[in-house]
Ligand binder design. Structure first.
Ligand code: SAH
Length: 242
């Protein structure tokens, strides 16, 4: 929420004067949970049209409508940064998705590695977490959360121009250095599971031309901490914090 106003993502064109229908979930949230009535103000946004003021025009149990007002924030696309991470236990995975959204990732790709402890993810639930995080943090873009895919397959189809910042635990203790090379280029951050990368994966990553291995300092971080630290390192050197 921004300045106390509810901020809702709407998958619908937004322009001043536009009437926007609400589905049952949105109506339930706005009218039953948040208790908004006709005439109440809120903020609505999407990646294409940015953020707009809006007013409740019609309330209902299974639907309703808003009237879209003036733009309050232009679209703010995140840098072209993906996060690849091995899913963790449920609450920690939710945490990674929430923080990756706040820190400005364009896409989130859960990957299965040799030592990944999770076999499945609930993609729809993670996507909903990303939406809630975007609603809360003022972003206009919601990162797309992909389905779980094996790391090998993801690397086999890897786009040639996208670099990979590989958080490599075997470098722990080396200086955490990331130069400015690759500014403006597409990137991804890769974080391993609690068990780390296998020798086979390490050899494959080390031989991959797109991979830039980095240390995240002298201590071994938990995977969710490492995800945050690597995203911050990248944003501070190459991303939209600079
Ligand atoms: N069990 C492993 C650690 C895994 S930590 C071991 O004892 O070596 C989980 C993931 O976080 C790692 O795969 C790596 O991607 C990242 N990570 C944690 N600490 C790191 C560090 N100091 N430098 C680089 N990457 C780190």
């Amino acid at each position: 929420m921004q300045d106390g106003r509810i901020r809702l993502h709407l998958d619908h064109p937004l322009c001043p004067g536009q009437r926007v229908p609400l589905d049952a979930d949105q109506a339930h949230y706005l009218f039953a949970v948040m208790r908004l009535g006709a005439g109440a103000g809120l903020l609505v946004f999407n990646a294409q049209d940015g953020e707009h003021a809006a007013q409740v025009a019609e309330t209902g149990r299974r639907g309703g409508a808003l009237i879209c007002g003036a733009q309050t924030r232009p679209p703010l696309p995140p840098p072209d940064l993906w996060l690849l991470f091995a899913p963790l236990k449920k609450a920690r995975t939710d945490f990674v998705v929430e923080k990756a959204t706040e820190l400005g990732c364009a896409r989130i790709l859960p990957v299965q590695t040799d030592h990944t402890n999770a076999e499945r993810i609930r993609q729809d639930r993670l996507q909903a977490h990303a939406r809630e995080a975007a609603e809360q943090c003022g972003a206009t873009h919601i990162p797309q959360v992909a389905d779980l895919a094996p790391l090998d397959r993801v690397l086999a189809g890897w786009p040639a121009d996208r670099r990979i910042l590989w958080a490599d635990e075997s470098r722990a203790g080396a200086p955490a250095v990331l130069g400015a090379a690759g500014r403006g280029a597409p990137w991804a951050v890769l974080i391993g599971p609690e068990g780390g990368f296998s020798d086979r994966e390490r050899a494959r990553l080390a031989a991959h031309t797109a991979v830039v291995p980095v240390s995240l300092g002298p201590r071994i971080l938990r995977a969710e901490t490492a995800a945050l630290a690597a995203l911050v390192l990248w944003q501070a050197h190459l991303g939209d914090w600079t």
